[in-house]
Design a binder for this molecule. Structure first.
Ligand code: HEC
Ligand code: HEC
Length: 282
């Protein structure tokens, strides 16, 4: 059977009718879809605001006494602890959140922490500095506090826009089996010496290196390098935590990142040696 083409004018008419129909449909549905999107955005904003508001309340009850209403570390409690080392006294203040500089990140030096990093430090606290752990409060409450902390500096919003996602991805942590073996401890000791960790931390890890007396933090305050023999590390003392500390550095304190100077393997040998130093006087 021969299929006959539609006549010219008839075809044009049908095409036009179809196009008109499509146009009418799009006029109805595109704004509808758009409205739905806006509604979704509004809903998201409202939900987010509710979380931040819950965080503000929880922060007021649990954190403000130390970290201050404005998040500047100037709460009623003032200084928290005096720490003495080799005749030097360091006063430990609650952290100031307004500069958006954080130490206990899983991310490289100069990057912002992930929500999870803040959640971890809130949950575990920093026992040696008397920052209390908050594991006992509901997860939702801790998460809302994390969002509230981010309102203390506009830098969070900027970072969300400009921070390079790849560059600021969490540091890869892949612990080799040999960490802690005698051979690795010996390699680590050599690296500790050649990288001059001792300039700050001292040859036996007690924090009395020759550079220690002049160290200041970003706020211009006396800063003592950690004494490895004094107990738990601030971030937590698992090999993984120690590895992240010298891979990412402790921004704000003068403790540098070694990711550009040491290979992954060398950093794991250093973990072995740090853990060994910590055992010494336990
Ligand atoms: C008793 C006082 C006290 C209370 C209460 C307290 N903190 Fe702290 N916090 C501190 C001190 C002191 C430090 C600094 C410790 C140090 O530098 O060794 C600190 C450090 C921190 C840090 C580390 C920042 C970094 O360098 O990465 C975070 C985050 C933090 N606090 C969040 C909170 C939150 C959130 C709450 C409430 C849930 C809270 N803290 C309650 C005293 C307190
Ligand atoms: C310029 C001085 C300086 C040098 C060099 C230095 N550190 Fe540190 N380090 C510090 C300071 C200061 C702190 C304490 C920061 C704090 O308490 O907030 C610290 C803390 C630490 C911590 C404890 C982290 C915690 O969770 O409490 C470890 C581990 C550490 N350093 C390892 C090393 C190793 C390994 C090297 C050499 C590869 C090294 N550091 C080189 C200054 C230095």
């Amino acid at each position: 059977m021969e299929i006959k083409d539609m006549e010219g004018p008839e075809r044009t008419f049908r095409m036009k009718a179809l196009m008109l129909f499509a146009l009418i449909l799009s006029l109805i549905f595109i704004p509808l879809a758009h409205a739905e999107e806006e509604e979704y955005d509004d809903e998201y904003d409202k939900e987010y605001e509710a979380i931040v508001e819950a965080g503000r309340k929880a922060y007021g009850v649990r954190c403000e006494i130390c970290h201050g209403e404005k998040g500047d570390g100037k709460g009623l409690a003032g200084l928290i602890r005096r720490s003495e080392m080799s005749g030097r006294v360091q006063v430990i203040y609650p952290w100031d959140f307004t500069r958006a500089v954080f130490r206990f990140r899983s991310t490289p030096s100069g990057c912002m922490p992930k929500d999870e990093d803040l959640l971890n430090i809130i949950s575990n606290g920093i026992p040696i500095s008397l920052m209390p752990p908050h594991k006992h409060i509901p997860l939702e409450e801790r998460e809302s506090i994390v969002q509230y902390i981010k309102t203390f500096s506009d830098y969070w919003e900027e970072a969300e826009e400009y921070e390079d996602e790849e560059e600021c991805a969490p540091i890869k942590v892949d612990k080799p089996e040999w960490v802690g073996t005698t051979a690795s401890v010996i390699r680590g000791k050599h690296i500790y010496e050649s990288m001059k960790c001792w300039e700050c931390h001292g040859h036996t890890g007690t924090g009395d290196g020759p550079k220690a007396p002049e160290l200041k933090d970003d706020w211009g305050r006396t800063m003592l390098p950690f004494d490895f023999t004094s107990g738990e590390l601030k971030r937590g003392s698992s090999p993984e935590n120690v590895y992240i500390t010298f891979s990412g550095g402790l921004d704000g304190t003068g403790m540098p990142s070694y990711s550009d100077f040491l290979k992954e393997e060398e950093r794991w040998h250093l973990v072995s040696y740090t853990l060994k130093l910590m055992e010494k006087k336990h």
